[in-house]
Ligand binder design. Structure first.
Ligand SMILES: Nc1ncnc2c1ncn2[C@@H]1O[C@H](COP(=O)(O)OP(=O)(O)OP(=O)(O)O)[C@@H](O)[C@H]1O
Ligand SMILES: [Mg+2]
Length: 251
């Protein structure tokens, strides 16, 4: 579904992405791992359009999306979870969800003027959708709680919930488990697995926690120094000597 070919991106003298070619299969939960500075976040930034490649192509379902702006990619369903931004912490959980949708619906200002009734219907549909999402993630009891008052793990669930308000093609997760305790990590893992199985979500996630990866991800793509080292299942990756070497070399 997502195809990257001969991608390059340098920052000054640093080849952050150095001839990356990879494929992410529809309905997979693909992990992207590698030591610090391997280029993982840079690759995500290139995929979601927040930075532009020096050369190479990125395709979504055979459509060349290289050079597209982040909002265009968002509308095409390339979603990236972000920490709940400061300005959203004083909105309720439900409002945080309801705010996401109109972007993708692409309602023009003119239509808003011409058809207030249509907007009301859409609003009630968005509200219904938000309720479904909260049900799915077991956040319903927190609907009217300010996002800023949620625990770290609940915020992560809300971030996932925001992706459910639109129709995603692929969801990019950058260290969703960082700083989250084991119990909450399991809850987040369950939500990811259910989204994958029940909603056919495709995920690509940058992770460091091997246990978490083993439970969720196949395949695992290993990056080092801007390049792909190998792609295989987690057991093959763990016993690969080159992989062991790059990790030991760095830590
Ligand atoms: N905006 C930038 N300007 C200059 N150098 C950058 C920029 N972004 C990334 N780099 C460099 O590119 C390389 C890859 O960084 P990147 O953040 O993609 O690594 P990473 O694999 O996500 O690492 P980590 O596991 O630490 O998050 C690093 O050497 C980094 O210093
Ligand atoms: Mg990173």
């Amino acid at each position: 579904m997502l195809g990257i070919k001969n991608l390059y991106k340098s920052f000054g003298g640093i080849k952050a992405i150095n001839n990356v070619t990879l494929e992410i299969e529809k309905s997979s939960i693909t992990a992207l791992i590698g030591p610090n500075g391997a280029g993982k976040t840079t690759l995500f930034n290139l995929i979601n359009g927040s930075i532009k490649p020096d050369s190479g192509t990125i395709k979504l379902n055979d459509m060349n999306i290289s050079g597209y702006e982040p909002h265009q990619l968002f509308n095409l369903g390339i979603l990236r979870t972000f920490q709940i931004a400061h300005e959203f912490s004083s909105l309720t959980v439900k409002d945080n969800l309801m705010m996401v949708s109109p972007n993708q619906i692409g309602e023009s200002i003119l239509q808003t003027w011409l058809s207030p009734k249509k907007i009301r219907i859409e609003e009630s549909e968005i509200s219904k959708k938000a309720n479904e999402v909260m049900d799915f993630l077991q956040l319903k009891h927190l609907a009217n709680e300010y996002a800023g008052n949620l625990s770290g793990g609940q915020k992560k669930l809300l971030e996932l919930g925001r992706t459910m308000m639109v129709k995603p093609e692929i969801v990019l997760l950058d260290e969703v488990g960082a700083g989250v305790n084991r119990t909450l990590l399991n809850t987040i893992g369950d939500a990811i697995l259910r989204l994958n199985k029940e909603y056919n979500y495709t995920f690509c996630m940058i992770e460091h926690d091997i246990e978490f990866i083993s439970r969720l991800c196949d395949p695992v793509i290993v990056m080092a120094e801007g390049s792909i080292l190998m792609t295989d299942n987690i057991s093959k990756v763990r016993e690969n000597e080159k992989v062991i070497e790059v990790y030991l070399g760095k830590n």
